[in-house]
Design a protein around this ligand. Structure first.
Ligand SMILES: [Zn+2]
Length: 270
């Protein structure tokens, strides 16, 4: 909904009064001016925040990316979202990706790279963002470096959430689901167990473990992750961008650690 003209007027008055007050206060003594300046430098630096999040499945990478977007106003880019948008917009790379995805196959690096590059070359390219799931391979990282360079965009940091394999298996392997189509309730043997072992609380149906949540599947996904991630991490370590933090603990603890490493990284830049 558009604001009514009188609302707009009021807004502009509110802005100019608060700006005048802030300016008067700032000029009242030199310390305040210095504080104000460092505040605006920090703000400027904050305004260009560009992050890549790395981490194994189950590390909470997607959750942290969403929090960073909600709280810092960054654009959230997950590979899935980028692909879906390209398919929706009917770009040539998007059409190729759609055919491959419809056949249940993984979209190859060059097509994903083309789609991401197209998104960043758009007139409404993102200035402040967090990448979640891209780049996933070294080849993607090299292509993304070229895109950023051609757009004169610098990364602020690459944050890697570190979680050992046993913890990933514990987190993901503990998931059990109700197979009844009208229920589909989910449980976790450690964090959210059903009242009766192996039985759905809602509809009393015996619980099952989905293929994705089986230990063997998780270990296979982890093997693929390590094969790709080590090269990625080394690449960004070489650029002085990598910041590794422990992915253990609750969501807010991990978020606080991410903010801390970004703040210290920014401190080095200033
Ligand atoms: Zn159920």
């Amino acid at each position: 909904m558009f604001p009514k003209p009188q609302d707009k007027h009021r807004e502009s008055w509110g802005f100019s009064i608060s700006t005048t007050l802030a300016a008067l206060q700032a000029f009242s003594d030199n310390n305040a001016i210095a504080t104000w300046r460092s505040f605006s430098i920090r703000r400027q630096s904050g305004d260009v925040m560009r992050l890549i999040l790395l981490g194994p499945p189950g590390s909470g990478k997607g959750t942290q990316a969403k929090l960073l977007c909600q709280r810092l106003g960054l654009c959230h880019f997950s590979t899935g979202d980028i692909l879906r948008e390209a398919v929706r917009n009917g770009t040539s790379a998007g059409c190729k990706a759609q055919t491959i995805m419809a056949a249940g196959q993984l979209v190859p690096d060059d097509i994903v790279n083309e789609i991401v590059a197209g998104r960043f070359r758009n007139h409404d390219r993102p200035e402040r963002f967090v990448m979640d799931g891209y780049p996933r391979t070294l080849a993607q990282a090299l292509a993304f470096d070229d895109v950023l360079k051609s757009q004169s965009l610098d990364l602020t940091a690459v944050v890697s959430l570190v979680l050992d394999d046993a913890e990933v298996v514990r987190r993901l392997g503990g998931r059990w689901s109700c197979p009844k189509p009208t229920c589909m309730a989910t449980y976790h043997m450690v964090t959210k167990p059903p009242k009766k072992p192996g039985i759905c609380d809602e509809c009393q149906t015996p619980l099952v473990q989905r293929e994705d949540d089986r230990e063997e599947t998780i270990r296979n996904r982890l093997a693929v992750f390590h094969g790709q991630n080590d090269g990625l991490a080394n690449h960004y370590r070489g650029q002085g961008l990598l910041r590794e933090i422990a992915g253990h603990g609750d969501i807010e603890d991990v978020y606080a650690k991410i903010i801390e490493v970004i703040a210290s990284k920014r401190g080095q830049d200033l």
